[in-house]
Design a binder for this molecule. Structure first.
Ligand SMILES: Cc1cc2nc3c(=O)[nH]c(=O)nc-3n(C[C@H](O)[C@H](O)[C@H](O)COP(=O)(O)OP(=O)(O)OC[C@H]3O[C@@H](n4cnc5c(N)ncnc54)[C@H](O)[C@@H]3O)c2cc1C
Length: 293
């Protein structure tokens, strides 16, 4: 029996995840599911639970490396109109998980609302930006988020707000499986000043990151009191290549996938970089990207 009977229009099988990741890498998922409503999402979760199908939640795939073998699992993506809404109420914005972060930033800028400029140039969805507490030198998403609405693996929907909701460096204390939306508090600002900041952040990104390549942003988190990219650079690893994967010359914490690259090439290069940095500086680098499968 088809375990997703009655939900055929939102379920695809044997779906190539390479189509959905920034790396353009990764094998097939047994199920790729795009629920249109919260009710449908609940049904999908229930069927997965009943049939012991593991669940992965995917945003825009900009922080992921999916194995070449793919996943014997259901990959769920919240991208329908309902899940991509951005609702404004004065200085408060409710952004749904499937909305593009860049669209949220731009719309706020256009409305003269300040608080998200630091996120300029970061790809991804609102859900992914909450989960990863996306940000950098200029600030992070968590500083602006007041509350999130989540759904757990039993299908219960509830809100978690500050101070119970905590954001840390590239992480949060959200344990529920699905982030449905985030309530963001902004402040009215001078539109010209906001636009100036956006441009400054954008120019910084363009000058410092290999944006025109296939990558997943920074591979490693910065260790305490050091920049992972600087350690990799000082270890002489810029340009190091395994198969189709190469350490970026522009930013050593980026690994670029060239033509013909496989996920396993990126994984082997990650291991090599980790090992060399450990040998050289005694520092154990920790992954910022997520490896699935
Ligand atoms: C060129 C480039 C530059 C980048 N620069 C930065 C940067 O400056 N700062 C930075 O922080 N990051 C950066 N990144 C990494 C990436 O953009 C962020 O981590 C982003 O927030 C990931 O969002 P996503 O929607 O693509 O998530 P995905 O990559 O799809 O998923 C990432 C994680 O979020 C989870 N997730 C996604 N949606 C949901 C949801 N609705 N509910 C629950 N969990 C969910 C996934 O399960 C996974 O654990 C960069 C990436 C690229 C390719």
């Amino acid at each position: 029996m088809n375990i997703f009977s009655g939900l055929k229009e939102i379920v695809e099988t044997d779906y190539p995840l390479a189509n959905r990741t920034w790396y353009g890498l990764g094998g097939p998922a047994d199920y790729f599911i795009r629920p249109k409503t919260i009710e449908q999402l609940k049904k999908v979760v229930q069927r997965c639970n009943e049939n012991n199908v593991p669940i992965y939640v995917m945003g825009l795939g900009s922080n992921l490396l999916v194995s070449d073998e793919g996943l014997r699992a259901a990959v769920i993506k919240l991208e329908s109109d309902q899940f991509a809404q951005i609702q404004f109420s004065g200085e408060q914005v409710t952004a749904w998980a499937g909305a593009e972060l860049s669209k949220l930033v731009l719309t706020c800028v256009q409305k003269g609302l300040s608080g998200l400029e630091a996120l300029t140039g970061i790809p991804g969805s609102v859900g992914g930006a909450v989960k990863m507490n996306a940000g950098g030198n200029f600030g992070d998403f968590g500083s602006a988020v007041e509350a999130v609405t989540v759904m757990d693996r039993r299908g219960s929907v509830f809100e978690k707000s500050k101070p119970e909701l905590v954001f840390d460096y590239r992480s949060t204390n959200i344990t529920s499986k699905f982030i449905l939306n985030a309530r963001v508090k902004l402040s009215e600002g001078d539109p010209e000043q906001i636009m100036r900041t956006v441009k400054e952040v954008w120019i910084y990104k363009k000058n410092n990151q290999p944006l025109d390549t296939r990558n997943a942003g920074c591979i490693f988190k910065n260790p305490r009191d050091a920049a992972a990219g600087a350690l990799i650079d000082r270890a002489g690893l810029k340009g190091l290549q395994i198969g189709g994967a190469v350490v970026s010359e522009k930013h050593a914490n980026f690994i670029i996938a060239q033509k013909g690259c496989k996920s396993r090439d990126v994984m082997r290069l990650i291991e090599t970089v980790k090992q060399k940095v450990k040998e050289e500086f005694g520092v154990e680098l920790e992954l910022e990207i997520e490896i699935w499968g």
